[in-house]
Design a protein around this ligand. Sequence first.
Ligand SMILES: NC(=O)c1ccc[n+]([C@@H]2O[C@H](COP(=O)([O-])OP(=O)(O)OC[C@H]3O[C@@H](n4cnc5c(N)ncnc54)[C@H](OP(=O)(O)O)[C@@H]3O)[C@@H](O)[C@H]2O)c1
Length: 293
Amino acid sequence: MSLSDPKSKVLLQLDPDEHASVFDSVVAIDSGVDHLLRHHSVKESDVEDLVHGAIFTRGLEDLKRTAIFVGGSNVEVGERILKKVISTFFGPLSVSVMLDSNGANTTAAAAVLSATRHRDLQGAKVVVLGGTGPVGRRICVLAARQGANVMLGSRSQSRSANAVDTIKLLDSNWNLTPFATGDDAWLDEIKDADILISAGAAGVELISKSQLEKFSQLRVAIDLNAVPPAGIEGVDVMATGSNVNELVVYGAIGVGGLKMKIHKAALRKLFTQNNQVLDANEIYDIGTGIVSK
Ligand SMILES: NC(=O)c1ccc[n+]([C@@H]2O[C@H](COP(=O)([O-])OP(=O)(O)OC[C@H]3O[C@@H](n4cnc5c(N)ncnc54)[C@H](OP(=O)(O)O)[C@@H]3O)[C@@H](O)[C@H]2O)c1
């Protein structure tokens, strides 16, 4: 396709950070985007003009060939920008948009889908350490909506309780329980878990090998922290479904392969219609299509 072809795929990258993410740009190009319009330091007040530029330029039939990606390192800021993008659309004048600030949606999807390869989530007890962060919260939502009994962990009982309350606003029937880590008593609450996902901050160990040995029926352990020390002591960052005794383990880079596939598939899907919003659930559903092949 010639670069001046009106059928070319144009992606508007909206990034609130000082420098638009090079990672997100490279993935966009690798996913077949013809023209990438990179905007950095984007504020909510900038969004309307930028979106107007995207929706007023091409005819209705060609609007599906323009799309928006909201990135940046701060997930809450990304969520506000996404809201503003959506509220700027009107009538048939919209383009598809995807949110993946700090990789939160694609990472959460890849983690939960990795677990589902080994254990059905319906009725499973899923423990999420670092469950108050953007990745952890999304993991809790994705697991809860599939019928898991989710335990959301934090260093603080009030922060975990707040996170559970916020998630339950989406569906009060979901089974979520907050817990706080601290002395070893917290292990009694979670040691019958089927799945453990560590989504704590980078470079922080959240659970030791000896604590892990106390679990009675753990099937899968997933650590999303790529920066040493590991979030789950002893989990190799490269592990991708490796068997350690009876346990299946994934490290952050091990989960990363699926995350990248999901990210690229979501970007490609943007260009199939002009009215899609790809947030956590939709991105997870795209991942389901990938792992079920
Ligand atoms: N592979 C990828 O592409 C990719 C993409 C995104 C994220 N990640 C990784 O996924 C993990 C989760 O990401 P995130 O952005 O959700 O993380 P985050 O917001 O930085 O941290 C998650 C939670 O960790 C807890 N925490 C923070 N500092 C801690 C400390 N010093 N000790 C113990 N707990 C601490 C906090 O919970 P409380 O304060 O409530 O305890 C926080 O809410 C990170 O390790 C991140 O690097 C990987």
